[in-house]
Design a protein around this ligand. Structure first.
Ligand SMILES: [Zn+2]
Length: 170
């Protein structure tokens, strides 16, 4: 098993509506998202391709994913507070940076979204990439892998979610 890792940090505000505590107030975190891609060693031949995936490409995928949330307020799309924000035109005053999610923006739901979107990006990335023959390809097939994402909401609290991608023909 080979595992390659990269991570990104982003700042965002959120709230958990109806939560019986202070997390129902809008508050901010410096999130740390650690991405681990795990590959079966039998799929890898380093004598032909000396690396699995260029770290620059890996980081680009991650940065594109977390930039959607960086310096924004992430809210559940049915959060009633949104209506009052829009009524007050806060989204245009000073750039409120409101981003909505289909689910309540807990670390669990955010990490699930990161995993789902990472797989979509990974699966579509290789064919676009100039060095595709050098990375994440095994012949004409994109390498299978399992992605683990650990999202730290605070320096000491994190959630990890993983999903397997079975590879596909490009
Ligand atoms: Zn929070």
């Amino acid at each position: 098993m080979y595992s390659i890792r990269s991570e990104a940090i982003f700042d965002a505000a959120h709230r958990l509506p109806d939560y019986p505590g202070k997390c129902s107030c809008i508050h901010g975190h410096t999130y740390r998202a650690i991405f681990d891609m795990k590959f079966d060693a039998s799929d890898i031949n380093l004598s032909i391709k000396p690396f699995i995936m260029d770290f620059g490409s890996f980081k680009k995928i991650i940065k594109d994913l977390v930039d959607v949330w960086d310096h924004t307020i992430v809210l559940y799309e049915k959060d009633p507070i949104i209506a009052s924000m829009l009524d007050a035109d806060l989204n245009t005053i000073g750039g409120l940076g409101l981003v909505t999610m289909k689910h309540i923006p807990s670390a669990e739901n955010m990490v699930t979204q990161l995993v789902r979107e990472f797989i979509i990006a990974y699966a579509s990335y290789a064919p676009k990439f100039v060095l595709k023959d050098w990375e994440i390809m095994s012949g004409e097939k994109i390498l299978p892998m399992t992605i683990f994402v650990t999202l730290y909401e605070t320096p000491t609290n994190a959630v990890t979610f993983s999903r397997k991608y079975n590879g596909k023909n490009s």
